[in-house]
Design a protein around this ligand. Sequence first.
Ligand code: HEC
Length: 270
Amino acid sequence: MIRLKTLGLAAFMAAVAVLPAAAASGHDNKTPERQSWSFAGPFGTFDRAQLQRGFRVFREVCSNCHSAKLLSFRNLAQPGGPEFSEAQVKALAAEYKIQDGPGEDGKMFERPGRPADRFPSTYANPEAAKATLGAVPPDMSVLAKARTYSRGFPLFLVDPFIQYQEHGVDYIYSLLALGYSNDKDPNYNDFMPGNRIAMANPLSDGQVEYTDGTPETAKQYAKDVAAYLMWMAEPKLEERKKTGFKVMAFLLLFAGLLYFTKKRVWAAAH
Ligand code: HEC
């Protein structure tokens, strides 16, 4: 019996020792750098100014190739997001031409965008994008949640407890700001699986104008656009965290009440 137990333990220890090695082999990707984000942790909230800057970067740079099919203009004015004013969103939407129809003559026509319209894509379909760009640029609506990376054993066991939920944004930030490390090869990236990426570095210093005095550097753009992508992927993040706090507070209170109820109910027993 004892021999069996020790054998089992030895096998388990051996398996544990092999696990990280197995996870690390097969690619020479770097692990994304963990950043500090305003929306991390149980009380996290988005930084409105950062989301507004991030939208600027998304709109002026990324949306030339990437779509964001789940985004409607009006979302940009909703609580918990960049919170542009209704008037700003109306003016922004009107800058775009949206196909509508058919009209009374049976033909499709173009009209200025309205807040209820979806954010238009540059390419009509993924095939058209691939034909021009060499690869399909993934839709950005939920990209920050769809991308992740393995932190390996034992960190993945710890993450739920330390409330680390920013793997996706950390990956996106690292890919953009730190990953293009080979000057001679624009398609090399330290963080892309397999290290090959069809997208050359889309960001450079001074490319997007900021009106709030924030430094106009490629790194800052990467940070802001990553935060913006997080909001697009989880527009109700703030609400979720607030609800979570209320639930925990309630459960704590309820546990206390139950404890005293139990004491009372059983007090007469002896
Ligand atoms: C010139 C077109 C172009 C622009 C501009 C562009 N991208 Fe891309 N992007 C692509 C293509 C194409 C891919 C697919 C790459 C591949 O599969 O190798 C891609 C892939 C990505 C990926 C996915 C990597 C992965 O894990 O699959 C991320 C993240 C990304 N882009 C972010 C951005 C951000 C943020 C911006 C704006 C700052 C941006 N891109 C601007 C074309 C572009």
